[in-house]
Write a protein of this length. Structure first.
Length: 85
């Protein structure tokens, strides 16, 4: 079993909390860290809007199902559902 470490970037899109998780071995992590935080958050919000539409109108199960589809085969980065009440 391989153990990876990650850098997590929490963000909120359409009132729902998510986490953008980047593997520390990813060649993209350095470029991401150089971006202003607001710009990286905006990119993630845009991705959620394009991929899920309006997550505030979805059930938790629907969001998780869509994220599973979106993250399928991913090796460097994932979008996860964050803590929501």
């Amino acid at each position: 079993m391989t153990n990876f470490t990650y850098t997590d970037y929490p963000f909120t899109a359409d009132g729902v909390n998510f986490v953008s998780r980047i593997a520390d071995h990813s060649p993209f992590l350095g470029a991401i860290k150089r971006l202003p935080a607001e710009e990286f958050i905006a990119l993630n919000i845009s991705a959620i809007t394009e991929l899920l539409g309006r997550p505030s109108l979805m059930t938790t199960a629907e969001i998780l199902s869509e994220l599973e589809r979106v993250n399928e085969g991913a090796t460097h980065s994932w979008i996860l559902l964050g803590a929501n009440e």
